[in-house]
Structure formats: structure tokens, C-alpha cells
Ligand binder design. Structure first.
Ligand code: GAL
Length: 830
């Protein structure tokens, strides 16, 4: 009684506080003019970064957002993921890492703004671009066009999200952090095939959004005909030459791609810090005032969220924060310094008169002048030659493909090509809680395929080949297509040389004939049709053909991408060859039986409370056996560093830790052999995702993120479903940490090194004079100072962070001749 009345009292107090807070939460007026987004009457320079809440866990959000703020961002941008929130029509899920309100409040708590890209089509390399597959299966629907069924669903979900935000007072107009909202996504890129209905849909989107009265500006990206008050914005690696379609709209960049996504069979993308910084500085040089990094933290495609098809589980993106939330250095730090400089110029950038001097050869100076002062950009977009510019009587050297920023038009505060931030090398450590990786003891069980491959039993029958989206409604990656053929000796097709031919959609196919495995096929990213053909031996009488289609995510981009077939579009044929003659028997209109999913999935073998949890066997552990379940237990890796699962030796499948799906794995899919250069990556010249790639010929993705919040303190369970066949002997858990850090600077600079929470254990390399090389392969020159190494050891070893002023006073004199600029390079081990 006593405690319950105390509870009531607290509840009343809480309610009261909550109400007063809301009453007094002051509304922020966000508007825009032709120059900038204006917050409470002040034009702003806004730097923003994309973090997609479902690509991390709620436990990771505070740290990710804190690091974003430290990195100099003003805002966090996210899409809203419709298929995750409404997996079944009118049944919603906002739990765990789908807790959008909690995510936004976490951003708010850190004092950052939010850019909410509701879409609800989002693209994002996300399964089906964020559309729930049930939508596709609604009678009479056509997606992303003037179709009442679709528009009704889109409006329903968009309104639901807007109302949810309003209820929590999350729009800036209500005192919340959301300053901008987006409707649709890059519709302009794909609009023309939709014809007049596309234009009608676009106008409807604008009106519908506007009618929701969110009290903050709406944007549409890549939409050069966006009707006002929608602001059209730019996406790309560079947006300096973009101009919005109205003089009333500010120049905004919603997606500056900080790297790129990865596909199975694709290489590891890398976009240099110099080039990202160059693109940002060029954008602000040419009148931009809002810029967002896509992605600032890419994260992980857990479960079946990856789209494509063929997008990997990792969505690292080479973003400033890596997949695990660690600083990707020097990218994070180099951009942080840029943000500081740009923010310091907010007044001149948003009010100054702009004048440009053209020095030819892609060299320009831009001056932003107000009565109080002026700021300058010196840009050199030539990819090979450095430039010397005379600005107001002073000479400045601007390296090729770089921008120098002079907040006072006199002193260079920043040059995009001069990286003054440490480079960090991340390493993996073995799980110190386990004695040996090989101490993982495995048990196993076969996937029971008898009913499908021998008996051909399914739950639905039709006389046609169904699109997997229609037959499976995205309940699983797996769909069995089963049919039988009765053959008589006088059948025209009957011959000694017969084959089965399946026209597929480029996803994975496993074929079985009369209970025996015949073969498999899959394509790769960007291939939407393929043909499987293999010789078969049929018998007279009944023959069972069972085809297992396994999707690797559904398409997410392109005009009418939603109609791209998944599964087996057919035809499925038997081909009999007699001499030069081929006779084809088309099985497509036979009676087909369908079964969604796998027996083990249906019985939730991945979950600890599966009714079949006991039926695992420890003896005769098979290797390279298809359709096999494996199970082991492991101890939680010590410490707080992020955890990865090393899947070396496995084929393709899905992994669960304590019942949480950590995504699809496919280490046996090796990245293309060609295209990785042995020469150092040159940041100069236009970037695209084929430039500076690495990892050729190696597993596309060997390590898989296991968020700490999935792991229990004591015993944990790992369950694998292996589809192709693999060997779990080398599977093990590791942690990720900073292994070494390095930095360089010239006289006058300060080098700061940090092992991000650990002490520096040793100085691996230090030389002040004329050292050369890149991280991991530094070499001394001929004229170094004798004392630098010991001075740096004293200053740094045992410290988490150390700062070194690069000067002869601090580091001792060098023997370098006066034409050489004395340089310090330091590499420290953590
Ligand atoms: C854009 C799209 C994003 C994402 C990006 C590539 O076109 O708007 O959602 O897919 O491409 O990562």
C-alpha cells in the first residue's frame, strides 16, 4: 500500500514535470530563403550525417551520436524504414532498434538536430527499398505512381509517422529536434518511364506532405521539378555545380557519399578523406549551406534487411564512423577540422556578397564579403597541376584537386589535401575469454529436405511459376518450387541426353531431381536473369523436380524496380537431344507446389526455446555438407571492444547469436580478382566507386558484427544455417581495437595521437627531418634529428593521447638542408 501510494505520487510529479516541460518547450522556427535554412531567424551553415537507426542497436546510438557531435555535425539524418515498421499491414513494430522516437530523442539529448527522410520509399540498399512486400501483393496496386491503392497506403504510413513525431513534440515547430523532413527519394532519377502518372504522383506527394503541417521545410532529393514549397536537393559524390530549381530555395546536398556500399563479389570501396573534404569545401565555395554525409555511420544489415539483391551484411560504407562505431581515421578527424572552419565562417557564408575570380585551368577564388569581414576559398579542381594564386597581392599555392579556406581572406586555415589528423589502423584480437578459437565445440543437424526433394510436398499449388514476392510475401529468403513429370518411353523428349533448364532471376537456385541434388547457380550484383542448365537422368514414370530459390535481398533501385522478378520466373524446361534435334518440354504451366521457408526455420532451430532444441548431435560433424545446421556456445569476449564473428571456411547462410540474426554470411563469395591497384590511392581526380578499391580475390565479407547487446555475460549460443557447405573449424569470435596510429606534420604543425581509450604502448617509428612513406612502411631519410625518437617516447608512451609540436625547439635540430621542409612522422602502437 505504502509503496504503491509513493509510486502514484511520483507518477503525478513526473506527469506534472512532463507537462510543464512541454508547455515551456519553446518552438523553433525553421524556415528557408534562397541562401540557407534559417533557424529562429538566423541563417545557418549546417553539417549533417546519416545514421540509420536499424543498422545499429539502441545501445550503440548514444555513442554514435556523441561521436557525430564531436566530429562537428549539427544534425543527424535518417530514413524511416516502412517495411521494418509495418511488416504486416496495419501491424506495427517500433521496438528495439526500430524505436524511432527513442533514436530521435537520443539525438536531441546530444543537442543535435534531425533531418527525417520519411520517404517512405528509401532505396538505401535496403530490402525492396523499404517497401513492405505485402504492398506489392495488394490487388490493383502500382507502386510510386498515381495509383489510389498505393497512395492510400503511402499516406497512411507517412501520416502515422508524422503523427507519432507530433505526439512526442519532435518537430522543431513543437520544440523538438526535427528541422527538415523529406518525402519520396530521388524520384526525379526514375520518373520518365512513369509518364504523366509519374508527374501526377509527384505533385500528389508534395501536396500530401504539405497538408501534414509539420511546421518545418520539406525536401525532395534529385527532383528538379519539385513544386514549391518542396526544396529540391542534390545527391552525389560532388554537388558543387548543382543549383536548386527556385531562387527561393537554398542549395542543399542531402547525400554526399562518403564511400560506397559493397555487394557480394564486389571489392571494398574507399573514398579518401582528402576527396570527401574537397567535395564539401567546393560545395560551400559555390554557395551551399547544408551538407549531409551519406553515410556518417553505415552500420550493419542485420537479419534480412539487405537489399540489392546481393548487398553484403556489412554496410560500412567507408564512412567516418566505421561499421562498429569506431572513428575511421583520418576521415573523421579531417572532416571535423573542416567543420570547425566552415562553422567559424557562418556569418559570411550566409550573408556575404559572393564574387569569384577565375584563374583558368579550373582554378578559382571565391570571396564572401560582408561589411564586417570576408572569407575566401581558393579552389583548384585541376586533377594534376598545383596552382599558385595571387589573391589581393599575396601568393598562395593550392595543390591539385584541393581547396584552401581562408576565413579572413588572408591566412589559410585549412586545405582539403593536407591531412593533419592521425591515421588509425584497426586490428582484430582473438577472444581472450576462450582458450583457443578451436575450443568452439560444434554440434549439428541436417536440414530436413525429404518432404520437398523427395515428396515434393508444399502448401500451395498453382499451374504457373509464381514470382517469389507473390508466393512468399517476403516471409523468408527460401522458396521451394516443386513439380513432377511423368515420362513414357514414347515421349518425344525421352533420350539419353536430357537436361533441365531453368530461367532464373539471378538469385540463388539449388536444383534437386528425384531426391538427388543436381546443382546450384547464382549470379552477382546487378544481374537480374540467368539460365541454369544441367544434364539429368530421368526415369520412366514419375520424376520429382524440386527447385529451391534463395533470395539475397530484393531489388531496391531503378524505375519500377518493384516489378523485378524474384525466384524463378521461368520458363523451366526439359530438353531432350536426339542427333541435331532438340525437343523442349516446357514445365512452366505444370502443376507447381510451393513451400515457403525451410523446415529448420519453421521449427525455429535458431532460437533457444525451439521445441526441437535438443535434437542436435555431437558426433560425425560434417564439413562441406549443404543444408546443414551448426550450433556452438561461446564465452563473451572480455572488455568493451566491438565483437566480430570470423566466418573463415564457411560457405553461405545465416548466423544467429542468442536468437538474434546477425545477417546473411557468404565468405566463400570471393571479391573480383581484377581492379585493385597496387599503387597508392591517388585522391586527385573525380571519385567513383571503382577507384581505390581493395580486397581483390579475398572473401567479400569474412567478419560479421555481433553487437555487444546481443551477447550475454556468461554462455552464448551461435547457430548457423549453412546452405552451400562449409567447415566451422576456424569460425571464432574476435574483438576490434585500434592497433596503431600515425601522423605527420611540418614545422609549425601539432601532431595529436590517440589510441582512443587505451594507452600508447610503444613508438614504432619516429623521425624528424626528411622521412618518407605511408602508414606501415615509413622510412627514415638522411638528415633526421637524433633526439626526436626519445623525446616522443617520453611524451607519448603510457598516455592515451599525446600532442607533439613539430619544431626544432621541441624535437632537436636536423641536418637537412634549407630547401627541405622539416617533417615529423610518428607511428605509435596502442
Ligand atoms: C542514392 C539513394 C540512397 C542510397 C545511395 C547509394 O541514390 O538515395 O538511398 O541508395 O544512392 O548508397
Amino acid at each position: 500500500m505504502g509503496s504503491s501510494s509513493r509510486f502514484n505520487c511520483c507518477a503525478i510529479l513526473f506527469c506534472f514535470t512532463f507537462l510543464t516541460l512541454n508547455l515551456f518547450a519553446s518552438a523553433t522556427i525553421v524556415s528557408h530563403d534562397g541562401r540557407a535554412i534559417t533557424i529562429d531567424g538566423k541563417r545557418r551553415v549546417l553539417l549533417s550525417g546519416s545514421i540509420h537507426y536499424p543498422r545499429s542497436t539502441a545501445e550503440m546510438w548514444p555513442d554514435l551520436i556523441k561521436k557525430s557531435k564531436e566530429g562537428g555535425l549539427d544534425a543527424i539524418e535518417t530514413y524511416v524504414f516502412w517495411n521494418a515498421h509495418e511488416p504486416t499491414r496495419r501491424q506495427y513494430d517500433f521496438s528495439g532498434n526500430l524505436d524511432l522516437v527513442r533514436f530521435i530523442k537520443t539525438v536531441q539529448a546530444e543537442g543535435l538536430y534531425v533531418v527525417l527522410r520519411i520517404g517512405p520509399y528509401v532505396c538505401a540498399e535496403w530490402n525492396y527499398g523499404g517497401f513492405p512486400v505485402w504492398l506489392h501483393n495488394m490487388p490493383g496496386i502500382e507502386l510510386r505512381t498515381a495509383n489510389d491503392v498505393f497512395m492510400n497506403e503511402m499516406q497512411n504510413f507517412t501520416t502515422l509517422i508524422v503523427d507519432m513525431m507530433k505526439q512526442e513534440n519532435l518537430f522543431a515547430s513543437q520544440g523538438g529536434p526535427i528541422i527538415i523532413a523529406q518525402i519520396e527519394n530521388e524520384y526525379g532519377n526514375v520518373m520518365s518511364p512513369y509518364g504523366a502518372a509519374g508527374k501526377a504522383y509527384l505533385d500528389w506527394c508534395a501536396n500530401m506532405a504539405d497538408s501534414l503541417h509539420v511546421g518545418v521545410p520539406w525536401i525532395m532529393c534529385q527532383q528538379s521539378d519539385a513544386p514549391e514549397p518542396m526544396i529540391n536537393t542534390c545527391n552525389g559524390w560532388y554537388c558543387d555545380s548543382f543549383t536548386p530549381n527556385s531562387p527561393n530555395s537554398p542549395k542543399m546536398w542531402t547525400e554526399n557519399w562518403t564511400g560506397w556500399f559493397k555487394s557480394w563479389g564486389g571489392k571494398d570501396p574507399h573514398r579518401t578523406a582528402e576527396d570527401v573534404a574537397f567535395s564539401v569545401a567546393r560545395f560551400f565555395q559555390t554557395g551551399g549551406t547544408f551538407q549531409n554525409y551519406y553515410m556518417y555511420h553505415g552500420g550493419t544489415n542485420f537479419g534480412r534487411t539487405a537489399g540489392g539483391p546481393y548487398i553484403t551484411t556489412s554496410y560500412d560504407y567507408d564512412a567516418p564512423l566505421d561499421e562498429f562505431g569506431n572513428l575511421n581515421q583520418p576521415k573523421w578527424g579531417h572532416l571535423k577540422q573542416l567543420h570547425e572552419v566552415l562553422h567559424s565562417m557562418e556569418e559570411t557564408l550566409t550573408h556575404g556578397n559572393i564574387s569569384t575570380i577565375d584563374y583558368h585551368n579550373s582554378v578559382t577564388a571565391t570571396i564572401y564579403a560582408t561589411e564586417k569581414g570576408s572569407s575566401c576559398f581558393l579552389g583548384n579542381a585541376n586533377s594534376t597541376s598545383d596552382a599558385t594564386i595571387d589573391l589581393h597581392g599575396t601568393e598562395y599555392t593550392v595543390p591539385a584537386w584541393s581547396v584552401s579556406i581562408l576565413p579572413d581572406c588572408q591566412n589559410v586555415a585549412y586545405n582539403t589535401a593536407k591531412v593533419k589528423t592521425q591515421t588509425s589502423v584497426m586490428i582484430k584480437k582473438k577472444n581472450q575469454a576462450e582458450d583457443e578459437p578451436s575450443s568452439l565445440k560444434w554440434s549439428w543437424r541436417p536440414e530436413n529436405t525429404d518432404r520437398t526433394v523427395i515428396l515434393g510436398k508444399g502448401h500451395v499449388q498453382t499451374s504457373q511459376l509464381l514470382d517469389q514476392k507473390a508466393a512468399a510475401n517476403d516471409a523468408s529468403d527460401y522458396l521451394w518450387y516443386m513439380t513432377s513429370v511423368h515420362l513414357k518411353k514414347d515421349d518425344p523428349i525421352w533420350s539419353r541426353d536430357m537436361s533441365l533448364r531453368v530461367n532464373g532471376s539471378g538469385q540463388i537456385l539449388h536444383a534437386y531431381v528425384n531426391g538427388k541434388y543436381l546443382g546450384s547457380q547464382w549470379a552477382k550484383y546487378g544481374v537480374f536473369s540467368d539460365v541454369f542448365e544441367k544434364n539429368i537422368k530421368l526415369k520412366l514414370g514419375h520424376n520429382q523436380i524440386s527447385l529451391l530459390s534463395s533470395t539475397v535481398g530484393l531489388a531496391n533501385y531503378g524505375p519500377k524496380f518493384d516489378l523485378i522478378q524474384a525466384g524463378i520466373p521461368g520458363p523451366v524446361e526439359l530438353v531432350g537431344r536426339k542427333g541435331d534435334e532438340s525437343i523442349i518440354k516446357d514445365l512452366s504451366a505444370h502443376k507447381w507446389s510451393y513451400k515457403v521457408g525451410l523446415h529448420g526455420l519453421e521449427n525455429k532451430l535458431y532460437s533457444l526455446d525451439s521445441p526441437q532444441a535438443s535434437k542436435w548431435q555431437e558426433h560425425d560433424l560434417p564439413t562441406n555438407r549443404m543444408m546443414t545446421w551448426y550450433k556452438t556456445t561461446f564465452k563473451a569476449p572480455l572488455g568493451k571492444d566491438p565483437v566480430v564473428l570470423d566466418m573463415d571456411g564457411m560457405g553461405k547462410g545465416v548466423a544467429w547469436v542468442n536468437g538474434h540474426s546477425i545477417g546473411r554470411y557468404w565468405p566463400s563469395f570471393v571479391a573480383e580478382e581484377e581492379g585493385c591497384s597496387i599503387e597508392a590511392c591517388d585522391y586527385r581526380g573525380p571519385y567513383d566507386n571503382n577507384k581505390c578499391v581493395t580486397n581483390c580475390g579475398k572473401p567479400t565479407q569474412r567478419w560479421y558484427h555481433v553487437p555487444r547487446s546481443f551477447i550475454e555475460n556468461d554462455v552464448n549460443t551461435l547457430i548457423l544455417f549453412e546452405e552451400f557447405g562449409g567447415n566451422p573449424a576456424r569460425v571464432n569470435f574476435q574483438t576490434i581495437t585500434v592497433g596503431s596510429v600515425s601522423g605527420s606534420g611540418i614545422e609549425g604543425d601539432t601532431i595529436e595521437l590517440s589510441c582512443q581509450g587505451q594507452p600508447i604502448s610503444a613508438i614504432e617509428f619516429a623521425s624528424f627531418g626528411d622521412p618518407q612513406g605511408t602508414t606501415g612502411s615509413f622510412v627514415k631519410g638522411t638528415c633526421e634529428s637524433k633526439d626526436a625518437l626519445s623525446i616522443i617516447q617520453k611524451a607519448c608512451v603510457g598516455q592515451e593521447t599525446c600532442k607533439i609540436e613539430v619544431s626544432k625547439d621541441v624535437l632537436g635540430s636536423t641536418n637537412c638542408d634549407s630547401s627541405i621542409v622539416n617533417t615529423l612522422i610518428v607511428e605509435a602502437l596502442c
